[in-house]
Design a protein around this ligand. Sequence first.
Ligand code: NAD
Ligand code: DAU
Length: 345
Amino acid sequence: MTILVTGGAGFIGANFIYYELKAHPEDRIVCIDKLTYAGNLETLQEALKHPSFRFEKIDICDRKAVFALFEEERPDVVVNFAAESHVDRSIEDPGIFLTTNILGTQVLMDASRAYPVKRYHQVSTDEVYGDLPLDRPDLFFTEETPIKTSSPYSSSKAGADLLVNAYHRTFGLPTTISRCSNNYGPYQFPEKLIPLMISNARADKPLPVYGEGLNVRDWLYVEDHCRAIDLILRKGKVGEVYNIGGHNEMKNIDIVRIICAALHKPESLITHVTDRKGHDMRYAIDPTKIHEELGWLPETKFKDGIQKTIVWYLEHKDWWERIVSGEYRNYFEKMYGERLQSARN
Ligand code: NAD
Ligand code: DAU
């Protein structure tokens, strides 16, 4: 089958593409990505060599380009990772979050109706449930937890989820939604907590911890997320929502301390800075449904996953240094510039 992956030049989308190419070499993968600041085509270097992989630089909000791609490829399955994904940026400038995350989702679903797909899968987030108090460790997000968002980012993701459910009920679009907790692993853009702390610590720069660093996130190794999405696509029930998480709650400050210890850096690099506005206190997923219905369980323990991740960043210094310097943005031009020019002539 042909799987259309949007946002595949970003962190989770790229990991998903590599997962699928390995787990299902019989399938064709078509990736579209706008290559925003968070999209790095260099990440897909190996995939680009694969005969059953195609990349197109397309904005999911560009209805004409998206419909033309659907007309040509007739995908069986759509997996929508494309999004503005960083909470801090959504606090600075909410507009693009609403455009990409909500209107982009609408364009993809309209195309999925016009060129009927077997499945439209929306990659959502646990942040749509808001947050949980620190003093109630007995509480977890289930699929029944009401939507109650805190940031423009989470609100835009929740808006998209509501629209997905509406397209399922009103138009019969065969949809599924997954809501995952915080991911970590290779290829994560170094603006997010774990890669930022690794790259700063490596360079002996301050490690900016928001507030006291007591906020709790439920960390999942990215490959476990990819495997869960793959299972939902192949065995999940249309119209359903699946929460994905591994019962791995950690305080931010503890994560930063682990990174300092692993890199043999002093904790004196830790610098407490002004807290994020509206900062969610605790996320914690109850993954019972995906476990009982689809047999999914996380495979990577945090102590192994964080070790693998730190080693990956140490061994791929060029990858994140080119991001930090901005040089990675020339990669598309280098790869495609000439070809695009000759196509235009
Ligand atoms: P990311 O920011 O690393 O990647 C996003 C990708 O989407 C980039 O390649 C970017 O170029 C692309 N993109 C942005 N706007 C686009 C547009 N208009 N058209 C086409 N492409 C566009 O994000 P990520 O961390 O990989 O997250 C992927 C998805 O997973 C998002 O939908 C996010 O909400 C969700 N999610 C992320 C996490 C996490 O911990 N990172 C957890 C749960 C859910
Ligand atoms: O829960 C899933 C969500 O996880 C995804 O939907 C988002 O796309 C993803 O970015 C992530 O959101 P968070 O806001 O939890 O991730 P972030 O890495 O930005 O921050 C993790 C925690 O660390 C959060 O409590 C804020 C804190 N933090 C973050 C940064 C970047 C710091 O203390 N200092 C920092 O410099």
